[in-house]
Design a protein around this ligand. Structure first.
Ligand SMILES: [Zn+2]
Length: 557
């Protein structure tokens, strides 16, 4: 807007200034800088002698407000959020940032006797930020509260005074409390797979880094806090990009590289997702170009945590394509042939075979006046999704609904004589989702599960080469044992002639990669530069890198 210049307020409001800035200018400062100003006023150093003499009441009020603000701001800085601008709109914050903002509000409230439940507060945090998080959690505890934390990060687990280990396996193979007690006692529980990572040597065995078969070079990248950055990614190897939260690593990989490469490969820009169009447009300061490496990249695949589908009609079996093969098996049975049922008959998205009452949804929506609608199992098919005639067809004593109810592990045993299905089921098991049901509706899957299903789908197409895979923090929500499985799969993509670039905080994964690019050194204005680039053993020795000391602890001899 020409009138307010995007400041959203009228002239009169903007005429009021504090420390020479109006409220809109104030809101555009990073919290860290705002804290410096507030400290200046909170301690009284900012006031002139004359002011103190003639308007002591004004000084007292300003000092009081500044002290109050400074106390709140220092909590946010403690939590590693000093790079955020006050005007940053909440939909653009990452889940981890939001969780830490809520945490700061709780610490400031000075409540006691509260039980706080946190789900993976370390998600997306650099080890240096995790140390800050633990200090904040200690404050909550010291104030007389209890903290129940669901967590995979070993440093957070080691910090706890009481550990409950649930398992031993995922899904049906889990659900038992293996241990509940102080940390050292877990060392004796042989069934625990957490134990292995908590008490054993963490260093990764040394592996000679792969030799790149080319370089992908970008120049003059400007975006968020990246300013005219030049960067070179080695191709045909496993690359990890590290840096503290807010350093600009996601801006570089998940935004700049993805946008520039998509445009060059002629991909269409993805349509904005539901809700995303409400976000404020980012300031237009984007630039950058690809100057080398295109001859070695034929395809870009972003394996992200977005859902594999938005309706209960998509599921693991339909997404990976293995359901097509299952439907053909049913259509090939004697009884199906006699009745002239084709593969389409066994799709719950096609009218002829599905339940007419729920149209293949398996559930019906009940609209309630003044209340949100609820879903109830379909009264006709009881959730089977198909009509009775379709369900009469059995393949080795199981009907199509029975197959959808199987877990990946069960299906692997059931379809032993079907090599094409075995391949799909094997990769799903290898990425660690063997416990999911084939028909599990997409909206029920977590972001991490969706990401691993996408990865499995890619792995099935193995042997292509010249593909660049991008993953943003794929270890979020994964147990160290699952991280190991994931690494085996990513390495197999690289061995097939592809390039994998992973934005990652998990030092186990970083230590076992071929090449590390560390962005920083700090967050926001203090980040956005390449601090170190090279094999992990070299990056671990760079003094300026905040990642180096944490990485060094994992580097093998
Ligand atoms: Zn039904």
């Amino acid at each position: 807007m020409p009138e307010c210049h995007g400041k959203r307020l009228r002239k009169e409001a903007l005429a009021v200034k504090f420390d020479g800035r109006d409220i809109a200018e104030m809101a555009r400062l990073p919290l860290k800088q705002l804290a410096v100003i507030m400290e200046w006023y909170a301690t009284g150093r900012a006031f002139k002698k004359k002011e103190i003499e003639f308007h002591p009441e004004r000084v007292a009020v300003a000092q009081q407000i500044a002290q109050n603000l400074y106390a709140r701001l220092s909590l946010l800085l403690d939590l590693g959020l000093g790079y955020l601008l006050m005007e940053r709109s909440s939909p653009t914050l990452s889940p981890g940032e939001l969780q830490r903002l809520r945490l700061a509000t709780q610490i400031y409230s000075n409540l006691f006797g509260v039980v706080y439940v946190l789900d993976e507060p370390s998600a997306g945090l650099h080890p240096a930020d995790i140390a800050a998080l633990l200090r904040a959690l200690d404050k909550l505890k010291a104030a007389g509260n209890s903290l129940f934390i669901v967590e995979h990060d070993l440093d957070v687990i080691r910090h706890a005074e009481w550990v409950v280990d649930v398992g031993p396996g995922p899904g049906d193979q889990g659900g038992q409390v293996l241990y509940s007690g102080e940390l050292p006692g877990l060392a004796k529980v042989s069934a625990s797979s957490t134990r292995r990572y908590l008490f054993c040597e963490e260093r990764m065995p040394y592996r000679e880094p792969r030799k790149p078969h080319g370089w992908f070079i970008l120049e003059g990248i400007a975006r968020n806090n990246l300013n005219q950055l030049d960067v070179a990614f080695p191709l045909g190897v496993f690359v990890t990009v590290t840096g503290v939260s807010g350093s600009g690593k996601s801006s570089l990989v998940s935004q700049a590289v993805v946008d520039l490469l998509s445009a060059r490969l002629g991909y269409e820009a993805p349509a904005p997702e539901e809700g995303e169009e409400l976000r404020q447009p980012e300031p237009v300061n984007e630039s950058g170009k690809i100057t080398a490496g295109m001859e070695n990249i034929k395809r870009l695949v972003v394996v992200d945590q977005k859902p594999i589908g938005r309706t209960p009609r998509s599921n693991l079996a339909t997404y990976t394509g293995l359901f097509d093969h299952v439907r053909q098996l049913f259509a090939a049975t004697k009884m199906a042939k006699a009745r002239r049922y084709d593969a389409g008959r066994f799709s719950f998205n096609v009218p002829k075979g599905r339940c007419a009452t729920c149209q293949g949804e398996g559930s019906v929506m009940i609209e309630l006046l003044f209340l949100p609608s609820v879903y109830a199992p379909c009264p006709t098919c009881h959730g089977a999704r198909y009509n009775a005639k379709t369900l009469e067809i059995v393949y080795r004593d199981k009907n199509i609904a029975d197959v959808l109810a199987m877990t990946v592990d069960e299906a692997k045993a059931f379809f032993q004589e079907e090599p094409p299905l075995q391949r799909s089921l094997d990769v799903l098991r290898e990425v660690g989702v063997g416990y999911l049901r084939l028909g599990q509706p997409a909206p029920e899957l977590s972001g991490g599960e969706a990401q691993r299903i996408k990865l499995a789908t890619e792995l099935q197409r193995a042997g292509k080469g010249y593909t660049l895979y991008i993953l943003d923090e794929p270890t979020t929500g994964l147990h160290p044992a699952d991280v190991d499985k994931l690494m085996i799969q990513l390495n197999s993509l690289v061995d097939a002639g592809n390039t994998v670039i992973v934005v990652e905080q998990d030092m186990r994964m970083v230590a076992s990669s071929d090449w590390v690019i560390d962005i920083g050194p700090g967050a926001g204005d203090e980040g956005g530069k390449i601090v170190a680039a090279g094999p992990p053993s070299k990056v671990a020795t760079i003094k300026e890198s905040k990642t180096a000391p944490y990485l060094a602890a994992f580097i093998g001899n």
